[in-house]
Design a protein around this ligand. Structure first.
Ligand SMILES: NC(=O)c1ccc[n+]([C@@H]2O[C@H](COP(=O)([O-])OP(=O)(O)OC[C@H]3O[C@@H](n4cnc5c(N)ncnc54)[C@H](OP(=O)(O)O)[C@@H]3O)[C@@H](O)[C@H]2O)c1
Length: 439
């Protein structure tokens, strides 16, 4: 058994935004770490791609390496902290670290989404920890909550805003009536969006995180590729204006709902959220996760979903938890996790066609009598009941107007079929948007 005087050597994989924050915290907070855990930590190696880059803070002399073997093959490194990102080679490095009996902390949503169940099973069989608080929700401690504090609950649903980039863009569009392309350019100029923003604006990043959170909540793997994703690029400033008139904000939500028959809804898409709901008030780069459980009721965690300091908080929390559990002869407790030894198979994910939801639709139509009657007939034939209709922004030049319709809950497949028929009407110039209404 490891005694308390042993220095715990840490190998960092990645020394960028998050890795730099963790390196600074390991050296700057060494006394506090010793006080809180009884352990002395040392940054022994830090893996990077480019050893010539200027680092702030500078890593300890001799720590920087471009050779992963300096960490993976070093028996004196006890904890590997992966902050490189991407599935490969990070995933293979984590497998090797666990197989070598090292504890692992990762901030990597893609690896945990794609390989979480097998990595967790490996960690369990090796009797080491694999912790991943920063992989979903950045500085919001939602992973630990689902794994421990909320474990007694039967979790019914997760509704979340877990991509700060899209939330920043949507907030700009709502507040300043900024077109999507301009809001995206602003997000890039502010450093909130990457040069290639596809993963964020198409919902892929949120799907990885939802896969991690949903798997923890429902104790079954929720593969990210089965999650329905829809991006935000179709939204126009007018959608935010009309939604506000109807009493809603527009947010990109990542939603997982456990259905009574054991299947799971898992989807990422823009949604109208009632403006008095807490999720409607989450603005800018902030994130929030609402969890509903049978015992806890509804809980909302709100905070910074990204950024160096907030993410360092999550990674360091995992490291300190490992330091506190080290030396325990029983090893870490069994993980209450997707396939965490229980052999749970993947959840059946509903196809989006089976969803029942209320909808907002915006059409550009001829500004003439009888148009609404034609549309209403098609919707009625498809079992879709209209809740509200507003006509807006008449354009005398083109002789068109914007027609905004909300519906009562209807089947997604019926709505899609009906809208396709509506689009064929001679009086309909275009179907501009269809947005689900949540709550
Ligand atoms: N940034 C955030 O706010 C945030 C929040 C939550 C979670 N995360 C997650 O944290 C992880 C890291 O994100 P980040 O923003 O810190 O990324 P980053 O700034 O791009 O840093 C990545 C680091 O990994 C190194 N690296 C990448 N690929 C490598 C390879 N094949 N071999 C060796 N070194 C390699 C890079 O080396 P060089 O420095 O030499 O290029 C760099 O130091 C990702 O999984 C991300 O999803 C980030």
């Amino acid at each position: 058994m490891m005694d308390n005087s042993t220095v715990i050597n840490i190998g960092l994989m990645g020394l960028g935004t998050v890795g730099g924050g963790v390196a600074a915290a390991l050296s700057g907070n060494a006394d506090a770490i010793k006080r809180k855990t009884g352990r002395t930590v040392r940054l022994r190696k830090a893996l990077v791609r480019d050893a010539g880059k200027v680092r702030n803070p500078a890593p300890p002399a001799g720590a920087l390496t471009t050779n992963p073997e300096d960490i993976l093959a070093d028996p004196d490194i006890h904890i590997v902290v992966e902050m490189m990102g991407g599935d490969s080679p990070a995933g293979e490095y984590l497998e090797r670290a666990l197989a070598a009996g090292k504890h692992v902390v990762t901030a990597n949503k893609e690896v945990m989404s794609r390989r979480g169940p097998s990595l967790l099973a490996l960690a369990q069989s090796q009797r080491v920890n694999l912790l991943f608080e920063a992989s979903a929700g950045g500085g919001i401690p939602i992973v630990g909550c689902l794994m421990s504090q909320l474990l007694a609950n039967d979790i019914r649903s997760i509704r979340s805003i877990i991509n700060g980039t899209t939330n920043y863009i949507l907030t700009r569009m709502a507040r300043h009536q900024t077109p999507f392309a301009d809001a995206l350019a602003e997000a890039q100029a502010q450093g909130y969006a990457e040069a290639d923003p596809t993963n964020d604006i198409e919902g892929i990043d949120a799907a990885y995180k939802l896969s991690v959170l949903g798997s923890l909540a429902f104790h079954r793997p929720i593969p990210h590729h089965a999650i329905y994703t829809e991006g935000i690029s179709r939204l126009g400033p007018e959608d935010f204006r009309y939604a506000a008139e109807l009493g809603y904000a527009i947010k990109s939500l990542a939603i997982a709902v456990a259905e009574a028959n054991g299947s799971v809804q898992a989807r990422v898409h823009p949604a109208l959220v009632p403006e008095d709901h807490l999720l409607a008030k989450v603005d800018g780069v902030y994130n929030a996760v609402e969890v509903t459980g049978d015992l806890c009721g509804q809980i909302i965690l709100h905070g910074q979903g990204a950024g160096r300091d907030a993410t360092t908080s999550a990674v360091m929390g995992d490291i300190l938890n490992i330091l506190r559990s080290m030396g325990n002869a029983d090893g870490p407790p069994p993980l209450p996790l997707p396939d965490g030894g229980g052999g749970n198979s993947e959840a059946r994910i509903w196809p989006i066609d089976e969803l029942a939801s209320a909808y907002y639709m915006r059409l550009t139509c001829a500004d003439q009598a009888g148009v609404l009657a034609q549309i209403a007939r098609i919707l009625g034939d498809g079992n879709i009941s209209i809740a509200t209709v507003i006509q807006k922004d008449t354009d005398p030049g083109s002789g068109t107007a914007q027609l905004v319709i909300t519906t009562y809950p209807a089947r997604e497949a019926d709505v899609q079929t009906a809208l396709a028929a509506v689009a064929e009407l001679g009086v309909v110039a275009s179907v501009n948007n269809l947005i689900r209404i949540e709550g």
